[in-house]
Design a protein around this ligand. Sequence first.
Ligand code: P6P
Length: 335
Amino acid sequence: MNKNITLGEFIIENQKHYESTSGEFSRLLSSIKLAAKVVNHKINKAGLVDIIGYSGITNIQGEDQKKLDIYANDIFISAITNREVVCGIVSEENDDFIILNGNDNSMSNKYVILLDPLDGSSNIDVNVSVGTIFSIYKRVSPVGTPVKKEDFLQKGNKQLAAGYIVYGTSTMLVLTTGNGVNGFTLNPAIGSFYLSHPDIKIPSKGNIYSVNEGNYLQFPQGIKDYIKYCQEANEDRPYTSRYIGSMVSDFHRNMIKGGIYMYPNCDINNKGKLRLLYECNPAAFIAEQAGGKATDGFQRILDIKPSEIHERSPFYCGSVKMVEKLESFILKHNT
Ligand code: P6P
C-alpha cells in the first residue's frame, strides 16, 4: 500500500470496497475528515481561547457539558449533514436521535452515523488527549421514509465503518471499513491526513492492563482476580498498569503496543460506564479488524442487540490472549 497516500486518496482508492460505489459513503468519510481538522484546530487552542470550562448544561448522561463537547458536536453534525448522505444521527450529546430535517433529500439517504464527538472531555482542562469516536450503518427502515430508532439499534456486527480521532501529541484518524485498520496522521502544516500506520494489528499479547482501580472493591470477583493475576509473579509477567481516563487514548495505545482496556460494571455504574452504540461497538469493530477481541465478559460486544440508544455495557477489549485470560477468570465465578 502506498505509504504517502492521503486519507482522501485512500478513500477514493478503496471506494470499490465500500457498500455503495456511488460515492456517498466516500463523501460521508470525507465529512468526518473535515470535521476532525476543525475540531483539532480548536482543541489545540483550547488553552488560549475561552472554550475551556463548563457550559452550564448537562447532557442525558447527567454529565456537565463542557464547551468543547458542544462545539465538537456542532461541528461534526453540521459537516455530516451538509454532505446529505445520512438520514439520521445519534450523538452522546443529544438526548434523542436526530432526524435530518425530514425533507425528501435526507429521507432518501441510506446511512446513519453514531458519534461520541469528544470522548474524555473531562481531560481537556488538564491537557490530556481526547478523541472522537464514530460508527456507520446502512439504515434498515425503508429509504424515502424518516429515519427510525431501529436504524440505530442494530447489532455492532452490522457496522459498515468505524473509527476514531485521537487529538494527542499528534492527531490521528484510525479507520476500518471492514477490510483491516489503517491509521492516518494529520500534517498540520498542510492540513492533510497521511497514511502513517497501514494495516494496524493488535499484538496478540501485551503487558499493559488499563482500568480505573479506584473502583476495584466494587468490581465483579473475576475482574478482581484477573487484576491480581497481572500483579502476581507468573509466566506472563511483567505487566504494567496504564490508565489515562480517556478511552480513545487508552484504546489507541493498546492498539499499537498491545494490552487490555477494562471498564467493568460496578456499584456506581451497574451496567458499566461506556456506551454500547458509540463507544463499545466502534472500538470492538476496530479491535476485531486488527486481530483483537472485545467482550462484555460473557458475549462478543458486536453480537449484543441494543435496546436503547444510550445504553451502557461492561467493556473488555484488546489483545486476544489477554481478553481470553480475563474471560477465563470471569467464567470461574459464573459456572
Ligand atoms: P472513569 C470518558 O468520560 C469515558 O467515557 C472514557 O473516555 C474513559 O475511559 C472513562 O469514561 C473514564 O471513566 O470513571 O475511570 O473516570
